[in-house]
Design a protein around this ligand. Structure first.
Ligand SMILES: NC(=O)c1ccc[n+]([C@@H]2O[C@H](COP(=O)([O-])OP(=O)(O)OC[C@H]3O[C@@H](n4cnc5c(N)ncnc54)[C@H](O)[C@@H]3O)[C@@H](O)[C@H]2O)c1
Length: 328
């Protein structure tokens, strides 16, 4: 995607894993990224990578292309269980958006692990730990995306008061009758069907769900409920925010995306993507391999650029969800 028109993006859970890959890609590509994460140590490592590698790469390209240097990256430690902290964080995001106050993309990616219940628990255990974990997963994985989407609407929408491109048919000075209604000709002519949003496009929201919204192994009730909830939230937001502000909202449904190389420890050990994966892991996928962060990046780019796609769910699982499994 062209760095000539840098996008301003908010990505949650950018300290490690898929989120870190998204942050790296979009910063390196010349876009402006704000990320939120609760893991201080991982986030510090990501900030250090951004300052030492990703930003200098993007800035050297800017210098060569004559683009004005921008504040390219900001990171904040925020626990997405904390509604007050989310409100403060969106205030910082608004400052990051700068003078025009425009956010182009919100990616709701953060989710506490593991996907199963922690410490080998099962849902019928007698103690209260299961309910504490349920609350945390629902708060971070579902409530926070809703709250962030809600609070970011003023940043994602295009200001209705912004002056529109002059339209001669509606302008008495140019020979029109000044009536603020669209004439039959105007309705037929796409050039006159522009509205006050001609100058800027509204932003979009991308929610990261999971194939576990539809398919299960034992013992991940909270994770599945959150990820299925995100799909309901996506379709509902796409209508409410689309109707009022033309904000598009889509979901990505990843299958197995191997991120064993996307964290601080793996950096220190110089781990490669393939480390820890077997031939069997690869062959289990009809596409012939396990998923990579790049597979999610490509889907995010597709959704950002596809102005006629909203309310959709895109499965990125190498075909595993289509596989019929019988007992051997
Ligand atoms: N990797 C996969 O195979 C896969 C498959 C399907 C869906 N997903 C989804 O993709 C997203 C990223 O997954 P991942 O594999 O990169 O996971 P990950 O655990 O590597 O990264 C998740 C990030 O979210 C952050 N986070 C957790 N709790 C938080 C909180 N309370 N406040 C703020 N940040 C918090 C973590 O610190 C971490 O940086 C998740 O939503 C996950 O459910 C991943």
């Amino acid at each position: 995607m062209s760095p000539k028109s840098p996008l301003t993006m908010l990505i949650t859970g950018g300290a490690r894993g898929i989120g870190r890959g998204l942050v790296r890609h979009f910063v390196q590509s010349g876009h402006r990224v704000f990320t939120l994460d609760s893991d201080l140590e991982e986030l510090q490592n990501t900030v250090s990578l951004a300052l030492k590698q990703w930003i200098p790469e993007a800035e050297s390209r800017d210098r060569n292309s004559g683009i004005k240097p921008l504040t390219r990256f900001a990171a904040l430690t925020v626990d997405l269980k904390d509604r007050g902290a989310i409100i403060d964080a969106v205030g910082s995001v608004a400052q990051f958006c700068g003078e025009n106050g425009k956010l182009d993309v919100l990616i709701n990616n953060a989710m506490p692990g593991p996907h199963t219940w922690s410490d080998g628990r099962v849902m019928e255990d007698a103690d209260a730990a299961i309910m504490v974990e349920w609350d945390e997963k629902v708060q971070v994985g579902l409530t926070a995306p809703f709250q962030l989407s809600r609070l970011c609407v003023p940043l994602l929408k295009v200001d209705e008061d912004e002056p529109s491109v002059p339209n001669p048919q509606l302008n008495p000075e140019e020979g029109g009758d000044g009536v603020q209604e669209t004439s039959k000709e105007a309705e037929r002519d796409p050039a006159t069907m522009t509205n006050t949003k001609t100058k800027q496009k509204p932003g979009c929201i991308i929610n990261i769900s999971s194939t576990r919204a539809h398919q299960s192994e034992p013992d991940h009730e909270a994770y599945s409920a959150v990820k299925a909830g995100l799909l309901g939230l996506t379709q509902s937001l796409s209508i409410s925010l689309g109707q009022r502000h033309n904000i598009r909202v889509n979901a990505i449904i990843p299958g197995w995306i191997h991120v064993g190389n996307e964290n601080r420890k793996a950096d220190a050990e110089k781990k490669q993507w393939v480390d820890g994966l077997t031939r069997e892991d690869m062959n289990w996928h009809p596409a012939g391999r396990v998923g990579k962060v790049e597979d999610i990046i490509k889907t995010v780019e597709f959704l950002i650029e596809s102005e006629f796609v909203t309310g959709e769910e895109i499965r990125v699982d190498g075909g595993v969800g289509r596989r019929m499994v019988y007992p051997e």
